[in-house]
Design a protein around this ligand. Structure first.
Ligand code: ATP
Ligand code: MG
Length: 390
């Protein structure tokens, strides 16, 4: 692949690269810089919410703004601090711990109550002559474990004068799910910034810029970049996906020994991306959902749960879980009448390759071991339709 790339070109095909001039996000960034400035300079507290689908530039816009503000304001002189924490799979305590560590406070990661970490933070802020702004990325993934919820954490963030926050999510239901009215009202509507999916044209301009930096001259033509932009614009508007497909396409071209990336390489890369993406999607499901998915194929959900010591599951819960899986696009449901007075029948169909499901199961060893026999059977039978009468 090296002979397709410019010297150091990999950087432009990776997440590490922060664009010098992020396209189509100029207005958002300008507005956000205004908020950051008022937090840091005038010591105003508040929470900014970034929401929008995956790969629409939320993390990038934060990182870019952080860099800009650090260049423009002499944060050390005004006593300002900006801290970035990715909340994925952290407990509320782990986020607090990470914040404290970033502030230079050393305290063990475990062994203290939530209140102790909060007290440490409050003590620091009381004696601090400045303002702390914390960005918690993937806030919707905080508190899946642990005793304390993400709401407990957000409450702490709204309670301190010298503290403000940016929270980032790609889950549009996140705000709606917050019950505490004090927390809800402090994530004010006027400070929420919505990131839209990129259109085909926008994808093209962003990708064109990346390609010019990453590849040698003549390696990728405009029509090939357009083909990729068309796919992404139609499917998801997700630039991260586009960049990954670009990288895969370059690998495919290199494997073939070609000196340029063709439309066929892009098409093949997109197919490869889609199937591996499905594996990740299934992997991201919680164990209960994964099992229902497995059950959908094996028609033996209850006995499988029993074997895994998970106890039985009621019809209502099963239906909820099937709905969730439908929402994820992993299965589809077709409802049809069973004849007069006989109710309706739901037919569920697996919408993904059996191979992807197996791949995902392999990455969940606890399920894989327990389900080995069924997995073997399924490979031979290729069962993909499951009939369930509810
Ligand atoms: N406007 C843009 N110009 C150039 N590159 C961009 C732009 N928007 C996004 N990118 C790039 O696309 C990739 C994904 O963007 P980012 O990580 O900000 O997505 P996100 O909205 O945070 O997604 P997620 O919700 O999945 O975390 C990054 O490599 C980023 O640099
Ligand atoms: Mg992100």
């Amino acid at each position: 692949m090296q002979n397709l790339l410019e010297e150091g070109g990999e950087l432009y095909l990776s997440e590490r690269y922060i664009p010098e001039r992020p396209l189509f996000r100029e207005k958002i960034i300008e507005k956000y810089l205004g908020y950051l400035r008022s937090f840091l300079v005038y010591n105003i507290s508040g929470i900014v919410l970034f929401e929008g689908p995956t790969g629409t530039g939320k993390t990038m816009s934060f990182r870019f703004s952080e860099k800009t503000i650090k260049e423009k304001l002499k944060l050390d002189e005004i006593g300002g601090k900006i801290i970035y924490i990715n909340g994925r799979d952290k407990t509320a305590i782990e986020v607090l711990h990470s914040l404290l560590t970033n502030l230079g406070i050393s305290i063990p990661r475990r062994g203290f109550s939530f209140g102790t970490y909060v007290n440490e933070l409050e003590y620091f802020l009381k004696n601090f002559d400045g303002h702390v702004h914390v960005c918690i990325d993937e806030i919707d993934r905080v508190g899946w474990r642990g005793e304390h919820s993400v709401e407990d954490l957000l409450y702490v963030l709204t309670r301190n004068e010298r503290l403000s926050a940016t929270i980032i999510t790609n889950d549009f239901t996140f705000l709606k799910r917050i019950k505490d009215p004090r927390v809800r009202s402090s994530i004010s509507v006027d400070k929420s910034i919505v990131f839209e999916r990129y259109s085909k044209e926008q994808c093209y301009h962003i990708l064109k810029d990346r390609c010019e930096k990453a590849f040698r001259k003549g390696v990728i033509s405009d029509s090939v970049i357009w083909r990729l932009s068309e796919i992404i614009g139609k499917e998801s508007g997700d630039i991260r996906a586009a960049i990954t497909v670009l990288r895969l396409a370059a690998e495919i071209a290199a494997e073939r020994g070609g000196g340029e990336i063709t439309v066929e390489d892009i098409n093949a890369a997109w197919r490869r991306f889609e199937s591996s993406h499905m594996v990740e999607k299934i992997n991201a499901l919680e164990a209960g959902q994964k099992l229902v998915l497995s059950g959908a194929i094996y028609e033996k959900l209850i006995s499988l749960r029993g074997r895994l010591g998970m106890g039985s599951i009621g019809m209502d819960t099963l239906r909820v879980k099937l709905n969730e899986l439908e929402g994820y696009g992993v299965i589809s449901c077709y409802r049809r009448g069973r004849g007069r007075g006989a109710g309706i029948e739901r037919l569920y169909r697996l919408e993904i390759e059996v191979q992807s499901l197996l791949e995902a199961l392999k990455r969940a060893p606890e399920l894989y071991i327990a389900l080995m026999e069924e997995v073997k059977r399924i490979v031979s039978e290729k069962v993909s339709v499951f009939r369930e009468t509810l």
